[in-house]
Design a protein around this ligand. Structure first.
Ligand code: A2P
Length: 279
């Protein structure tokens, strides 16, 4: 789950004097920085407890205490790679969203709740070996890929890594653009990513050199033409998909049409999916 505002609350009982501390209770982490991209998207970084381990591409529960003190948590993909000392998240702002209406107001020094059990299927281990890795994202669905493109292991496993990001407006592409640029210049990741990482952006509601939904661009062949690569092939290509439910279903169908099989942690195969939240 790659974004924000899922509909399930995690119900936890209020602390009582006689109750033992809950070992699974979220920890309280300090906000280190916040950056707003548009009136719909922002990123924030928080402290990472030493005990917090995750695989690049996984998601975790993030939240704030409610008025009654109970935690209000939503699934967020960790956008930072597993080697980073801090944790980064990329979030939507939903004006009447129970969590994001408040979360969008956090400032450095504030505290947010961090769940203890990262999980997810957008991980390298859920795919069988291949030559070329596609990461298809829309909106905040880019978050797990922000983690994976900064992980040297991604480049150990693939000769080519192609991350696509499609948004309604040009300004919403800023986070992925900045991130790919800094990754290529990063002293650790840059040397792995250079010559292997390609970034493809498209826009659906504003003028952009690549116009249209990613599904349309796959179907028309424009994506492959622009990148200078052959059409999807199950022998060589692997894919990860993260976006809205509809985007996932449509992109997944195109993978199946191309002969790729869906994988999971338990049964790795040729593509994997995870939902991002649009509010
Ligand atoms: P569109 O503008 O044509 O709806 P959102 O912000 O609503 O999550 O959308 C993010 C991007 O995902 C938008 O560019 C949107 O295009 C695109 N999108 C929405 N539905 C689909 C779909 N079924 N398949 C592919 N892309 C989609």
């Amino acid at each position: 789950m790659c974004g924000a505002e899922m509909t399930t609350d995690i119900a936890m009982s209020a602390p009582q004097a006689a109750t033992k501390p809950n070992p699974n209770a979220p920890t309280s982490e300090r906000v280190l920085s916040v950056h707003h991209y548009t009136d719909r998207l922002f990123k924030f970084r928080i402290t990472r407890p030493q005990s917090f381990r995750f695989r690049s591409g996984e998601f975790v529960m993030i939240g704030l205490p409610k008025e009654d003190g109970k935690p209000l948590l939503r699934a967020y993909s960790v956008a930072s790679p597993s080697w980073d000392e801090e944790l980064e998240f990329f979030s939507i702002k939903v004006p009447d969203g129970p969590l994001t209406s408040r979360l969008q107001k956090i400032q450095p020094g504030d505290h947010v709740l961090l769940g203890k059990k990262p999980t997810g299927t957008l991980v390298l281990d859920a795919l069988t070996p291949g030559k070329r890795l596609y990461m298809f994202s829309t909106g905040t669905g880019f978050a797990p890929f922000a983690s994976l493109i900064r992980d040297p292991e991604t480049y150990d496993r693939y000769d080519e890594v192609i991350v696509t990001h499609t948004c309604r407006e040009v300004a919403e592409l800023k986070y992925s653009q900045e991130l790919v640029e800094t990754t290529l210049e990063d002293p650790l990741c840059g040397e792995f990513a250079k010559g292997k990482l390609a970034h493809f952006t498209s826009c659906t509601r504003e003028d952009h050199p690549n116009q249209g939904r990613i599904t349309t661009l796959i179907e028309s062949g424009k994506l492959f033409e622009t990148l200078g690569v052959p059409p999807l092939n199950p022998e060589t290509d692997r894919a990860m998909i993260c976006g809205s439910q509809d985007m996932i279903q449509d992109t997944k169908q195109l993978m199946i049409d191309a002969g790729l099989t869906e994988g999971s942690n338990a049964a790795p195969a040729e593509f994997v999916i995870e939902k991002a939240f649009a509010g």
